[in-house]
Design a protein around this ligand. Structure first.
Ligand code: S3P
Length: 434
């Protein structure tokens, strides 16, 4: 790919697709509720479709119309034994959250996934769920998929999680929904809190104090009407693109800015990025329109409690850091090694191919910005966020860039290249008379 960037950079406005984390949870919690949950702006990416397909196999009826997904809930104890193996595709969120639900059912089932998902650690959920009395095991004995789960009555625990992971926290809280006593999870740093907020709206009693979330056993959940805000993790690519391409000015409409997710906004501003909010809404999951203008960026250190708030955005932050003056250090991000790919290794290898001065560390990377990048053949590792990050890197570099298996963006953002092209084209048309 070679984007023909005009001196006006990226221009125009787009509405990014619905938030992936919230879309998954809307279907899961809707399936467990009584009544019909209506979901608007649901993300129709492959990951969230994997979640729908798993629940369909457990007797949940979903109606899909162009604007809305209707989930006909069967109640907290209404799932039925799946007739087929549950295939979670590429989705870690589907696997880990659904495991918490399945561990408490009165039937047995098996979970499988694609080549990337099969390599991801599942001991992080097997351990706490087993502590709750669950019968869950990795059938190959390697702590990875396939998983076999024989559902049963669970008991409440207090779990001290070694990782700041919303997937682990959510699996345990979901298992706690029908346990015999309250269940709490304490994590080293606060991870995204969509499960806590959304289960609360569905009628469960969930409390949060610092980095501890507690769920009380529920009698029933109640169907909701949900409008999913735009995904900040998808907005991140255009945000980074507009900041690094001179002349740019774009508007990203209706982006979710939940503080446990919006670490990238803090980082961009600390790097000198010009981002302003308009039309901020505060109820439930907050959202805003983001106005982003090209900026002279400088390197910073990113570490500690902000890491879980921007974990999925670190690949594109690394790209921005290459275009910033000075050094950016990313620390405490070892979790990146167990995402859809080893994102530390893949980012560093690919950025080097483009001429960047970047170094891999045990738990992050060091990027010395300011060297001009050039086109290269990029190995996406079939990882959607790597493909999109390098599409952004290619905006501003000399020569052609080829990204292998670039269609993997359909996991979280099927229209990604169309939306990117529209901002590039609007830049070319900017100021022309028609
Ligand atoms: C997610 C949590 C994060 C994130 C993933 C979605 C969620 O994973 O990387 O894309 O929806 O709960 P971890 O919990 O493994 O950090």
């Amino acid at each position: 790919m070679k984007y023909e960037i005009s001196r006006h950079g990226l221009r125009g406005e787009i509405t990014v697709p619905g938030d992936k984390s919230i879309s998954h949870r809307s279907v899961m919690f809707g399936a467990l509720a009584n009544g019909v949950t209506e979901i608007e702006n649901f993300l129709r990416g492959a990951d969230c479709l994997s979640t729908i397909s798993c629940f369909t196999k457990m007797g949940i009826h979903t109606e899909v119309t162009p604007s809305t997904i209707y989930v006909h809930g069967n109640g907290l104890r209404g799932l039925t034994a799946p007739t087929h193996i549950l295939d979670c595709g590429n989705s870690g969120t589907t696997t880990r959250l659904i495991s918490g639900i399945l561990a408490a059912q009165n039937f047995s089932c098996s979970l499988v996934g694609d080549a990337s998902l099969k390599k991801r650690p599942m001991n992080r959920i097997i351990r706490p769920l087993s502590m709750m009395g669950a019968d869950i095991r990795s059938t190959l004995g390697n702590d990875c998929l396939p998983l076999r789960i024989n559902g049963r009555q669970l008991h409440g625990i207090h779990y001290q999680s070694p990782v700041a992971s919303a997937q682990v926290k959510s699996a345990v809280l979901l298992a706690g929904l029908t346990a015999d006593s309250p269940t709490s999870v304490t994590e080293p740093y606060l991870s995204r809190n969509h499960t806590e907020l959304m289960l609360g709206t569905f009628g469960a009693k969930v409390t949060s104090e610092g980095t501890t979330a507690t769920i009380y056993p529920a009698e029933e959940l109640y169907a909701q009407k949900i409008t999913v805000p735009g995904d900040i993790s998808s907005a991140a690519f255009f945000l980074a693109g507009a900041l690094i391409v001179p002349g740019s000015e774009i508007v990203l409409r209706n982006v979710g800015i939940n503080p446990t997710r919006a670490g990238i906004l803090t980082v961009c501003r600390e790097m000198g990025g010009d981002i302003t909010y308009e039309n901020v809404t505060q109820d439930g999951e907050p959202s805003a329109d983001l106005v982003v203008r090209a900026s002279d960026l400088h390197g910073i250190t990113i570490q500690g409690e902000i890491i879980p708030k921007l974990i999925d955005e670190l690949p594109v932050i690394a790209v921005m850091a290459c275009y910033a003056k000075g050094t950016t250090i990313i620390r405490d991000a070892a979790e990146l090694k167990v995402k859809e790919s080893n994102r530390i290794r893949i980012m560093v290898d690919n950025l080097k191919l483009m001429g960047a001065d970047v170094e891999e560390t045990d738990d992050g990377m060091i990027i010395r910005g300011g060297r001009p990048l050039h086109g290269a053949v990029i190995n996406s590792a079939n990882d959607h966020r790597i493909a999109m990050s390098f599409s952004v890197a290619s905006l501003n570099c000399e020569g052609e860039t080829t990204i292998t298996r670039k269609d993997c963006v359909s996991i979280s953002y099927p229209r990604f290249y169309i939306d990117m092209k529209s901002l590039v084209n609007a830049g070319q048309d900017y100021g022309k008379e028609f």
